[in-house]
Structure formats: structure tokens, C-alpha cells
Design a protein around this ligand. Structure first.
Ligand SMILES: [Zn+2]
Length: 357
């Protein structure tokens, strides 16, 4: 075994800073874009202050073929092509930082094909307005996915047993053929796919406040990948159409999908009870690896959500996850109380390390 890393590697790329939409539509009203670059810089600073971490900035080694194992080529091409289009448009208009927002959504394949031939195709692979495309969006999205891929490779090559990928944009709302909810490519799914190729069965635990509809969709029919998600009830929270308890996996993969929707107002104890259920289910599946989709929008301070988790409970959440003691990649997802991304990611990782070593 070659331990390239004496400490826990924190995978980071500065390219995420290139993706900076200015606004989003919240309940139809224009507000500042919540998925800000500072979120990741805050997490980076706090994680690197821990005595057992080191930063790693990987080369761009993820291939389009590897991405296309979990996403359609059409979506990938759309992202690249629309980023180039945004660049051209800026030059023509003589303006900076223009972002293309999806505004026409195809309801069927016929509509999609027609729309694709038009100059108004931004909505062809989107399910909402939260994933606008600017000239550098593809670059940032690729770099984010590359971190997730490289983190998986590091674990597979046994250079470390735990790695943290500081992914931005996040990924868990992106499905095989669709983007939305600040997400373009599904970083956790790319990590899980690498693990699966190397080691077979494994599990993804998603602790973001919102349901990871994209991850669920990608592995819905896959009996080798269990997806477990703890999130706010989609009956009254985003993404609204996915994340209900009765969604248990496709016919060939029944009971490899577990959704644990919680009431919008949820305290530490209610959350920890759900976490214990999630971890027990994962253990029973006997996975060889774990991907943790780590969102911090469950905290009380988050401006866009309703759970009331205390800062302290993130150490305990990490502790309980760490007892699973599987080779693990932590993939950064949501969290919009900007500085809390730092505090809470450090607590979560410390908790995992404390109980798994
Ligand atoms: Zn979220």
C-alpha cells in the first residue's frame, strides 16, 4: 500500500471562482445568487486549519467518457456549447458576466428536438432556473467533477482511506440528462461510479437539506449502489417532485433506495434518529465504499431552509458516520449560511476521523 497522503487530502480547484451568476429566482422573485464562491473558500480555510489535513489540487484527468458513464453526451455537449455561446454573446454585446437562464422547458422529446435547433435552447436540459450558464460555467463544472473523480481514485489506489472533495458547483440535483438546483454534473455519482467499477457494491449517503433527486435518478435501477437520503419532506420543500418515502428503487433494485423525509422544522434529536436508521440500513447492505453527499443547509443559521440543527451536532453526525469505517469520499453539496460551510465541514470531518481511526 502506498500512502501518498500522510494526512487527509482536501481536493480543491480555484476554477470554481470562475462561475459567478449574480441572481436567481426564488419563488419567482429575483434575489442574489445564493450558491456563492465564498462558500467553498470558507470550507477550504477551515478544513486546512485542521491538524490532520492537506490540500491537493489535481490535474484535469477526468475524461468525457468517464462523465458519460453517468450523464448523457447530449447534456455534456449542451453545457460546453452553451458556455461557448455565452462567451460569444458577451463579445457581441460588449458586456461582461452574462449568464443564460433557462426559460423554455421542453415537455416532450418533440419539443426538445425543436428547441435544440433554435437559439433559445438554454432550457433543453434544465428543470428549473437555478442553473444558469456563463462563459466559464463548463470550466468550473468540469473542475468540480474532476475533484470528485480524483478523490475516488485516491481512495481506490489506497493512498488514503478518507478524502474530501470541495466541489462547486454542487451536484446532487443533476440527473443523467438534466440539470437544476445549482447543479450541472453529479459529482457524487461520478465518485460512486468510479468506486463501483473498482470495488462493486457501495452506498451513497446524502445529508443535504434537499433531496438528492439527481443521484436517486442515476442509480434508481442499479442494485449495486444504495442511495440513502435524509432531507426535508418534498411535500413542502424543494425539489417537490422527488424524495418521498415510497420511492424505493427500480424493479431490479428494490430497496436500494431509502428516503427519510423529515418535517420542515427538525431538531438535533429527530435528525440523529433518522441518521441512525440511515446508517443501520447502509450497514445491512454491506457496502465496500461510501460516498457522503455533505450539505450544510440543514443548520439553523441557513438563510434558505428551516431545520434547526445546532453547530455542535455536526461533530456527532460525523462521529456516527465514521463508525461505519468504510473507505469514504465526502463530496461538498449545499449550504448557504456562507461562513458555516467552514465551521460545519470541519466539525463533520473531525467527527468522522475521531470515530474511524
Ligand atoms: Zn440543499
Amino acid at each position: 500500500m502506498t500512502h501518498q497522503f500522510q494526512r487527509i487530502p482536501i481536493f480543491y480547484s480555484a476554477d470554481h471562482n470562475l462561475h459567478r451568476p449574480q441572481f436567481e429566482y426564488d419563488s419567482g422573485f429575483q434575489i442574489p445568487y445564493q450558491e456563492q464562491a465564498r462558500r467553498i473558500e470558507s470550507a477550504r480555510e477551515s478544513l486546512l486549519q485542521l491538524p490532520f489535513t492537506q490540500e491537493f489540487q489535481p490535474d484535469p484527468v477526468l475524461t468525457i467518457e468517464q462523465i458519460a458513464r453517468v450523464h448523457s453526451i447530449a447534456l455534456i455537449e449542451h453545457l460546453r456549447e452553451r458556455s461557448a455561446f455565452a462567451r460569444q454573446h458577451e463579445q457581441i454585446m460588449g458586456q461582461e458576466d452574462l449568464y443564460l437562464y433557462p426559460w423554455i422547458y421542453p415537455l416532450n422529446q418533440q419539443m426538445r428536438e425543436g428547441l435544440l435547433k433554435s437559439p433559445d435552447s438554454a432550457g433543453c436540459y434544465a428543470f428549473d432556473t437555478y442553473a444558469p450558464i456563463g462563459k466559464n460555467t463548463w470550466k468550473a463544472v468540469y473542475a468540480s467533477a474532476n475533484l470528485a473523480y480524483c478523490a475516488a481514485k485516491t481512495i481506490i489506489q489506497e493512498e488514503s482511506r478518507i478524502a474530501y472533495a470541495l466541489c462547486r458547483p454542487p451536484g446532487h440535483h443533476a440527473g443523467r440528462d438534466i440539470m437544476g438546483g445549482y447543479c450541472y454534473l453529479n459529482n457524487a455519482a461520478i465518485t460512486a461510479d468510479q468506486f463501483k467499477q473498482a470495488w462493486g457494491r457501495g452506498a451513497i449517503l446524502d445529508i443535504d437539506y434537499h433531496h438528492g433527486n439527481g443521484t436517486q435518478e442515476i442509480f434508481w435501477d442499479d442494485p449495486e449502489v444504495m442511495f440513502v437520503s435524509i432531507h426535508a419532506d418534498p411535500a413542502d420543500e424543494y425539489p417537490f417532485f422527488s424524495g418521498f418515502a415510497e420511492e424505493r428503487g427500480g424493479e431490479q433494485a428494490l430497496d436500494t433506495n431509502l428516503n427519510l423525509p423529515l418535517p420542515k422544522v427538525c431538531d438535533d434529536q429527530t435528525y440523529l434518529n433518522a441518521l441512525d436508521l440511515a446508517l443501520g440500513t447502509i450497514k445491512g447492505f454491506q457496502p465496500n465504499w461510501l460516498v457522503l453527499s455533505a450539505g450544510y443547509d440543514t443548520c439553523q443559521a441557513d438563510p434558505s431552509t428551516y431545520f434547526t440543527l445546532t453547530n455542535e451536532v455536526y461533530s456527532e453526525i460525523g462521529n456516527r458516520i465514521g463508525t461505519l469505517n468504510f473507505p469514504t469520499v465526502i463530496v461538498h453539496e449545499g449550504g448557504y449560511a456562507i461562513e458555516h460551510n467552514g465551521l460545519l465541514s470541519a466539525r463533520l470531518l473531525s467527527g468522522i476521523i475521531d470515530s474511524s481511526t
